[in-house]
Design a protein. Structure first.
Length: 124
């Protein structure tokens, strides 16, 4: 997987670690200087089939683990910072894909509904 800094496209999603600003503050000085992101490609998956949706969800989780790894602890128990990073990255990625079956799988796996995002209107 490649670390990138590119805008979101319809067939790719970026699992950002930006959502964990509070958790990043707990990192050693200099470790949180640059946001980390990973592109999760899924143009090879058929998201109209459960197997494709499950494969994408697994890829998103793997990317979130990699992005959030600097926040993990050395023990078998994960730190609250890591857990917050992981859950925020997965939720953000699932939401960016915007695929109902993926959102449903996320809710089934986590017991949480995705946060609602509202569009804002600008007047000029």
């Amino acid at each position: 997987m490649t670390k990138i800094k590119t805008p979101f496209s319809l067939r790719h999603i970026v699992a950002p670690a930006l959502l964990i600003a509070a958790a990043a503050a707990a990192m050693p000085a200099g470790a949180a200087d640059a946001p980390v992101s990973i592109t999760v490609k899924y143009d090879d998956l058929n998201l109209s089939r459960p197997a494709g949706v499950n494969a994408l969800y697994n890829r998103i989780q793997a990317a979130a683990r990699t992005v959030c790894e600097p926040l993990s602890s050395q023990s078998h128990l994960q730190s609250p910072a890591y857990m917050g990073c992981f859950s925020d990255a997965v939720a953000d990625a699932v939401q960016k894909v915007g695929q109902p079956a993926l959102s449903s799988l996320y809710q089934d796996k986590t017991g949480k509904a995705l946060p609602t995002r509202f569009a804002s209107l600008e007047t000029r």
